[in-house]
Design a protein around this ligand. Structure first.
Ligand code: NAI
Length: 270
């Protein structure tokens, strides 16, 4: 997908960070955008900001981990827009805690948002995209954490590896279709991801600094790339058919080390 004029997009996690930056970039290129987000206040602010910039922006409050609510939001969007060309499965949350000390509710929350939210989006919007005689695109936000594991990131790594695997399936299934697929795999980007526990469904956990990735906030602030750098690469990738959108060249040795371990262990098969 290269030309965004007369196109429409549904972007989850669209009220801030990567989702908002993508809406701004594609909106400024002519896409009519529906921002879907669980944070009503941030959503209203984002919608107004984009409209003030001349973008045809709309907002819908949605928890992507709630399949019934997601179905209603998709129905409303298709009724209002008539079609969706671009699906940005981007809403995501994270936790940081060792195995054996990770509450079941944290697991459920991260899986619901990061993995099932992506699947719901595809199931709800893909048939309409396939019925269109126009270019369409599904972009899933995984992470470098979908290729490399880190201690303490159990639910985050499990779901992000899942999003990478699922995106590979989609790429194969849709190879000959009008629907392109790509997967974002950034390392640190300057957003509020380290404070994602603010959206935890349990009020106690939402106000508990240990529930999210708070300890990473300073690192992300110090070493994170500006969100615009990622968006520029992602939009180029859509145009030239690149599947993985990576950001940090200096993390390649970690990916390579993992691949080497797979190769070494596979070499033991007799
Ligand atoms: P962010 O916290 O700034 O934005 C995430 C957005 O998702 C927020 O607007 C939030 O309200 C929304 N959201 C959270 N739970 C939701 C739910 N249940 N339903 C709907 N919306 C929900 O963080 P950021 O970085 O923009 O996150 C976007 C994606 O990027 C996530 O999937 C994250 O895992 C991924 N990512 C971020 C990296 C970073 O360093 N910032 C690195 C790699 C991946």
């Amino acid at each position: 997908m290269k030309d965004f004029s007369h196109s429409t997009g549904f972007l989850t996690g669209g009220a801030s960070g990567i989702g908002l930056a993508m809406a701004r970039e594609l909106g400024s290129r002519g896409m009519r955008v529906m921002l879907a987000d669980i944070e009503a206040g941030a959503l209203a602010g984002a919608e107004k900001t984009l409209r003030d910039e001349g973008i045809d922006a709309h907002g819908i409050v949605l928890d992507v981990g709630d399949p019934e609510a997601y179905a209603r939001a998709a129905e409303q969007t298709l009724a209002a827009f008539g079609k969706v060309n671009f699906l940005f499965n981007n809403a995501g949350v994270g936790t940081l805690s060792p195995a054996g000390q990770t509450p079941v509710r944290d697991w459920q929350w991260v899986v619901n948002v990061n993995l099932l939210g992506v699947a719901y989006g595809v199931e709800l919007f893909l048939p309409g995209m396939q019925a269109l005689d126009e270019p369409c695109h599904i972009m899933n936000t995984a992470s470098l954490a979908g290729h490399v594991a880190n201690a303490g990131f159990g639910p985050y790594n499990a779901t992000k590896f899942g999003v990478v695997g699922y995106s590979e399936c989609l790429r194969m299934e849709l190879a000959e279709s009008n629907v392109g697929v790509s997967v974002l795999c950034p390392a640190w980007i300057k957003t509020r991801i380290a404070h994602s526990h603010r959206n935890h469904p349990d009020a106690g956990r939402a106000n508990d600094g240990t529930a999210g990735m708070n300890p990473l906030a300073e690192l992300i602030e110090a070493e994170g790339l500006p969100v615009e750098t990622l968006i520029g690469r992602a939009v180029d990738a859509m145009a030239d058919g690149t599947f993985h959108v990576f950001t940090h060249a200096d993390f390649w040795p970690m990916v390579e080390e993992r691949l080497d371990r797979v190769r070494e262990d596979y070499g033991k098969v007799r």
